[in-house]
Design a protein around this ligand. Sequence first.
Ligand code: ARG
Length: 461
Amino acid sequence: EGSALWGGRFSSGPDAVMAALSKSTQFDWVLAPYDIAGSRAHARVLHGAGLLTDEQLEGMLEGLGRLADDVASGAFGPAPEDEDVHTALERGLIERVGEDLGGRLRAGRSRNDQIATQLRMWLRDTLRSVVRGVAGVVDALLIQARAHPEAAMPGRTHLQHAQPVLLAHHLGAHAQALLRDVGRCRDLDRRLAYSPYGSGALAGTSLGLDPAAVAHDLGFVDAVDNSIDGTASRDLAAEGAYVLAQIAVDLSRIAEEVILWATAEFGYVTLADAWSTGSSIMPQKKNPDVAELARGKAGRLVGNLSGLMTTLKALPLAYNRDLQEDKEPLFDSAAQLAMVLPAMAGMVKTLTFHTDRLAELAPAGFTLATDLAEWLVRQGVPFRRAHAAAGACVRAAEERGVGLDELTDDELAACDPALTPDVRAVLTVAGSLASRDAHGGTAPKRVAEQLDRIFGAAIEA
Ligand code: ARG
């Protein structure tokens, strides 16, 4: 005879090679608590439909309770011949309450609607803990931003010195991206809040079971509207893989900067000993391995996303066994982020910023040239002429090896007659920063307001 769940029409059990290919308990066991919660809810709707007596329901729930305890303690686990988590737990129930009672639970459900529901439940819980992890990194960025409210640094485009910005503004930019990721988790949860339970294998149930009752029991807003869609769709799994990959990509951009900032050439930061590693041969080394692993794992999470989407591409309706391949990439992405998020928070929180070095570099590379041009615009000079004048000042300063603020009055006037000595007021980093005071700009006042809003959003998360 074949499997206990589907062996009726089979004269032999599965070939060992086929069983090994088919088996998923090595990765789907993490769904066991959700499977048992689903079984409890399913037992209650069977009872509601008159398919279980009061006494049978009580016996079933008691057996499921013992099974849940045994799963939690490790006393019950998957056996080599169990095909998947659903099969194993049904065996566990029958071992506890007997074939006659335990065998009644399969009525009106399929592993297809079970797995679709459990994956949604798992993803909803996982996104909640991911949000907490992301909020931890936002918190670390905020701690550093608030510890250095005045520190200026060279803002870059194309990795070249561009304009001075506040370090707090730069850190806030990373926090903004992460807060959008928190929003993505929340948006996705709204779509995940519909339960496929009751969809059966694909066509729904004929047994008078109430899918909405199961849905509410399991914390969903409602049941899905279409049983084919409920069992065959995995776009929400792909969206989960995307959100996790986007978080990893956003973390990798912080990571890359920390790696650069910790070099001798940049010299912006020193890593805390607890969040860096040494070399087995070079005694002087202090390596940014946390940041490098975060950067590396972003590639892995993007791979998980693209692998999952490739599995889904062109799959006909309804359920196909290919869908079993949805779990490993998604579980892996979540497991990697669960390690990376707190490590990134720890590393960022403990960075030592060398604000003297940052301040010294802030005006280097003529980052105040735009301020000079915009000063001319405020004097009524057309921007094209102002741009050319500022360019001429840069050339003159570069030739003489001085800063823009060190050009003589004559040199300034030679670049453009409108350039009076008053322009020097904006040729300081502090003057430049303070002048960018529209909403979203890097002026200290605006940045302080921004940090307050980030703080509020992080608290809510
Ligand atoms: N383990 C399967 C999955 O992960 C669920 C079981 C459905 N199996 C089946 N033969 N219909 O998708």
